[in-house]
Design a protein around this ligand. Structure first.
Ligand code: PMP
Length: 390
């Protein structure tokens, strides 16, 4: 049987390249996993138990999501600069479903889609199903290159821009305030939708937080995606999106068509958790742990990194970007040198639709144990030095 073209289009993203043979000795800087020690296991279990005491939690509910949880998330959004009430929010299966539903809402085959280069691989996997025409905008230290974006918009029809403005996956970069405002102006001028993906927003380790892009949205053309995956637990599959009523209408229909609704039991459990727990204190603990791990990784890299290589200095999130010399192929380096040395990263090749980032790689400091970070960086930099000498 011939499968639909979207299967191959999604496989082309290279997700399979990420899975390497199991190696118990490996120190992995690859997967964007939270530190499992940071899951608030007891408090979440309490919340889930309380939710499960009510028989209604086991019944169908509705595609919008649990009303009490939506109100709690709206309060979280309000405190973060986004004017929203519970009715402006749709619950999703993680931010990943928010990406998929938005792409489904906006993109017919061939429609213009701007992404940052490099960008989040899972977003490309979702987008590829809808066969867009991709335009890559290079990342700079202060977010995407808006001059490059404007040039694209003046010459090509763009329907949607996907951005991760806070502690970007995979560079760790933060978009400046000026660029956030200018991006909305550009979107207004060219009638474009902005998809703002913000799963790392609450994980800032230094400096003052900038308002989300959605805070500058005057025409209802920004969709903000939030997620509990990095700040509570990814297995909850609990995300949300904030959008204007007109867009929400279509999104809710598409959500119902995709999976009817998200689990009421999980939603109510998280709602009870948020009622009872000291969530700000939990976030503060996360920041402290991840800040420390980031510092350990950066200190080791600065000590050991051979010339010709550079790393970004993320102020939050899970990731930093390792840039190698032009012409270096990180995928080959990983297969030929890093994996045999029992260390891994995410090579840049697949992190942009046109494969323009092959000489760079993403490293995470979130998942590895603190004591593994320095030995892992030593393995990595030794391999890089060998490569440079070849
Ligand atoms: N967006 C970005 C930028 C991410 O890094 C991730 C997780 N790696 C996701 C979305 C998907 O997360 P979730 O578990 O919320 O679906």
């Amino acid at each position: 049987m011939k499968l639909a073209n979207r299967v191959a289009a999604t496989q082309n993203v290279g997700l399979n390249d990420l899975y390497t043979a199991p190696d118990p000795q490996q120190i992995s800087f690859a997967g964007g996993y939270p530190d499992p020690a940071m899951f608030p296991q007891a408090e979440l279990t309490n919340g889930l138990k309380q939710a499960a005491a009510d028989r209604a939690a086991f019944q169908y509910a509705d595609a919008w999501g649990d009303r009490a949880l939506r109100d709690q998330l709206a309060a979280l959004m309000m405190a973060d600069g986004i004017k929203a009430t519970g009715t402006d929010i749709l619950i999703t299966q993680g931010a990943q479903q928010g990406i998929d539903l938005t792409a489904r809402l906006m993109l017919d085959p061939g429609d213009g889609l701007v992404v940052e280069a490099p960008t989040y691989l899972g977003a490309l996997a979702a987008f590829n199903q809808y066969a867009p025409t991709y335009y890559e905008v290079p990342m700079q230290e202060d977010g995407m290159d808006l001059e490059a974006l404007q040039k694209i918009q003046l010459t090509h029809p763009v329907k949607m821009i996907y951005t991760v403005p806070d502690f970007q996956n995979p560079t760790g970069a933060v978009m400046s305030l000026e660029k956030r405002q200018a991006l909305v102006r550009l979107a207004n001028r060219f009638d474009v939708l902005i998809l703002e993906d913000g799963p790392y927003r609450f994980l800032r380790y230094e400096g003052a937080s900038l308002p989300p892009i959605k805070a500058f949205d005057t025409e209802g053309r920004v969709i903000f995606l939030g997620s509990m995956s990095k700040i509570l637990s990814p297995s909850l599959r609990l995300g949300w999106l904030v959008a204007s009523p007109q867009l929400l209408d279509g999104l809710e229909t598409l959500k119902g068509a995709a999976d009817v609704e998200s689990s009421a039991l999980i939603q109510r459990g998280v709602s009870r958790y948020l009622d009872a727990a000291d969530f700000p204190a939990h976030l503060a603990q996360l920041r402290q742990t991840y800040r420390d791990k980031r510092d350990v990784m950066l200190a080791a890299l600065h000590r050991e990194l051979p010339s010709g290589f550079a790393v970004t200095q993320p102020h939050g999130g899970f990731f930093l970007w390792l840039q190698g010399p032009a012409g270096l192929d990180m995928t080959r380096l990983q297969k030929g040198t890093l994996l045999p040395a029992h260390v891994s990263l995410v090579p840049g090749r697949n992190l942009s639709p046109h494969h323009t980032m092959a000489s760079g790689a993403r490293l995470t400091f979130a998942a590895p144990a603190r004591e593994d970070i320095e030995p892992g960086v030593k393995r990595l930099t030794k391999a890089l030095r060998q490569r440079v000498r070849q």
